[in-house]
Design a protein around this ligand. Structure first.
Ligand SMILES: [Mn+2]
Length: 383
């Protein structure tokens, strides 16, 4: 499929205007974000991936006055067959399973990768819905096939349905609604009440989801990081050769308090260690990501491939950098800053082809940097 507006999906709105006026602030409807869009992902593809052991999927139905949810992986027989029954299947991280879904995310490069979560795809039969709800994260809802009505709310306070297994707003009120056709897209900032209802039996919606670390998560993971990097000698015990007789044996004496305060104050971190923490935190892969190790190859063979083929990041791989420091899937990459240009290109484009005339010494150095990542299944070659 050819896209007419290369790398721009916001219609008449410029990226600058979008970031200034809408991102994290207010909803935006974009008609014809992509013209003449035809979804390369079909209902059949989606239901197949929902049966995959590694996928994260949900089936949502409104039955007997209750919103009900089942979690995948599913068997084929789990999907409702009754005609006219409204149901929805949602599959997360489609970009890990379907190369088109991965490349679709390229439209959203105007938001940093560190904020990007995944592409979720949902199928709904006519009247299918996940109910009125709100999410904690930003989302672009792109209509890929069929039609869906979206109602959004301006409410600040929600009451939630206690009986349903999913988060459902019971006092949902909406003034606006839109019917989205293939190629249309709705952006929603966090905490906006919304309700999507399928108007057709072939409704496919792509949700480009973002992530935002919670303050608590940052702080508690930072304490873990500090603990993991402690170099204190474990056998260094508390000593008190100057112990004086004290009146009350239950009282903790000032000497002991001072010494323990000093030990606590010896915990140190600086900008560099915080940066290492940030790089590791933000590239930590999702919990379900499994990286399959390839057949081991020697550095010589790897270097030959490197000079001929295109190197790509595994769709599950997260690679980010801070200046000349590179992080991949929660690990710091040991590399001479001489090769930062190439590593930056790999991180930004998620692929790189080295020139065949690459200097022997440089090829060798890059081979040494990249081979361990290849052997971990983090990067791979395409012809
Ligand atoms: Mn939602």
């Amino acid at each position: 499929m050819r896209f007419t507006r290369k790398n721009h999906i916001l219609g008449k709105i410029s990226v600058d205007t979008f970031l200034k006026k809408y991102w994290q602030k207010k909803p935006l409807l974009i008609r014809n974000a992509i013209e003449n869009f035809q979804s390369p992902i079909t209902k059949k593809d989606l239901l197949k991936i929902a049966q995959n052991e590694e996928s994260i999927s949900r089936l949502i139905e409104f039955k007997r006055g209750l919103w009900q949810v089942k979690y995948g992986p599913f068997k084929k027989s789990d999907f409702p067959k009754k005609k006219g029954a409204p149901w929805t299947v949602l599959v997360q991280n489609m970009n890990h399973h379907f190369s088109f879904a991965d490349s679709f995310l390229n439209f959203f490069k105007f938001i940093p990768y560190a904020r990007l979560d995944d592409l979720m795809v949902s199928y709904a039969s006519k009247e299918g819905s996940v109910g009125p709800h709100f999410d904690s994260y930003d989302v672009f809802l792109f209509q890929a096939k069929g039609e869906r009505e979206w109602r959004i709310s301006e409410q600040k306070e929600f009451t939630l349905d206690q009986k349903s297994a999913i988060k459902i707003i019971t006092n949902f009120k909406s003034k606006n609604f839109w019917i989205l056709k293939p190629g249309d897209m709705l952006y929603l900032p966090p905490n906006i009440g919304h309700w999507g209802i399928s108007h057709s039996d072939d409704c496919l919606t792509y949700s480009v989801g973002f992530r935002a670390p919670a303050r608590f998560e940052i702080q508690s993971k930072f304490l873990d990081f500090i603990q993991d990097n402690l170099s204190t000698n474990k056998n260094d015990l508390y000593k008190d050769p100057n112990l004086k007789l004290q009146k009350n044996p239950a009282e903790i004496n000032q000497n002991m308090i001072h010494k323990i305060q000093q030990i606590v104050n010896q915990l140190r971190w600086n900008k560099n260690s915080i940066n290492t923490f940030i790089g590791q935190l933000l590239t930590d892969p999702i919990e379900t990501a499994i990286f399959q190790a390839p057949k081991p190859i020697s550095l010589e063979v790897f270097k030959k491939d490197l000079s001929k083929k295109t190197l790509v990041l595994n769709p599950k791989t997260r690679m980010l950098y801070i200046k000349n420091n590179f992080y991949m899937n929660g690990e710091f990459i040991e590399a001479n800053k001489k090769y930062a240009v190439q590593l930056r290109q790999l991180a930004n484009d998620r692929k790189i082809s080295f020139k065949p005339n690459l200097d022997k010494k440089d090829l060798n150095a890059l081979g040494i940097i990249l081979l361990p990542l290849y052997l971990s299944g983090f990067i791979d070659f395409i012809q």
